[in-house]
Design a protein around this ligand. Structure first.
Ligand SMILES: O=C(O)CCC(=O)C(=O)O
Length: 182
């Protein structure tokens, strides 16, 4: 875990690399809609998702299983860049695709059973605002997550990506995690 609950770094990926990766992922990934059962209602998740990881893992959250069969080469390259900076901790990546300003993610923590505390979040495409409540702080910290940036976060801190009325392009977020569930 980083000493800080949240650590932001611009330019983790050079701009040309992040632009190419964003284009390739938009074109090649099999993006899925997800529906969750919340308070007795079936609710559509307001973004598209995909996931990859070491073969044989299962990241279970919100009552849904997410089984893995391996890494596409272009995402394994990003994982290896992270490994060079943060050590060999990440075996799973969740991809979130925000098609426009309506797509968003509500307040939540990433602290399910079998989930490591450290999450490494790489942003591609449009800049979006991200809020996090670090331990004991009453005000949220704000980060405008730029293309190619890296945010290393303690997943136990509540965080959120709010919707925006500003016209924004598509954004992809890659959250690298350590998962032990099968
Ligand atoms: O899109 C983002 O930057 C946030 C993603 C996130 O909070 C998550 O996947 O848990």
């Amino acid at each position: 875990m980083p000493a800080e609950p949240c650590c932001y770094r611009r330019g983790f990926l050079p701009l040309d690399v992040s632009e190419r990766l964003c284009r390739e992922l938009l074109e090649t990934v099999c993006w899925r809609e997800e529906w969750l059962h919340l308070y007795g209602r079936r609710v559509r998740v307001p973004r598209l998702i995909a996931w990859y990881g070491d073969p044989g893992l299962n990241y279970r959250y919100a009552g849904r299983d997410h089984h893995t069969t391996g890494w596409p080469a272009r995402l394994a390259e990003v994982r290896d860049r992270l490994t060079a900076v943060l050590g060999p901790t990440f075996n799973f990546v969740l991809l979130n695709r925000y098609r426009d300003g309506d797509d968003h993610m509500g307040w939540h923590t990433d602290d399910e059973r079998g989930h490591g505390h450290r999450v490494a979040s790489v942003s591609l495409g449009a800049t979006r605002r991200f809020l996090v409540r670090a331990g004991g702080e009453t005000r949220s910290r704000r980060y405008d997550l730029e293309a190619g940036s890296l945010l290393v976060l303690d997943g136990r801190c509540p965080h959120r990506l709010p919707p925006t009325r500003r016209p924004v392009g598509e954004r992809i977020n890659l959250t690298f995690r350590q998962v032990t569930g099968t």
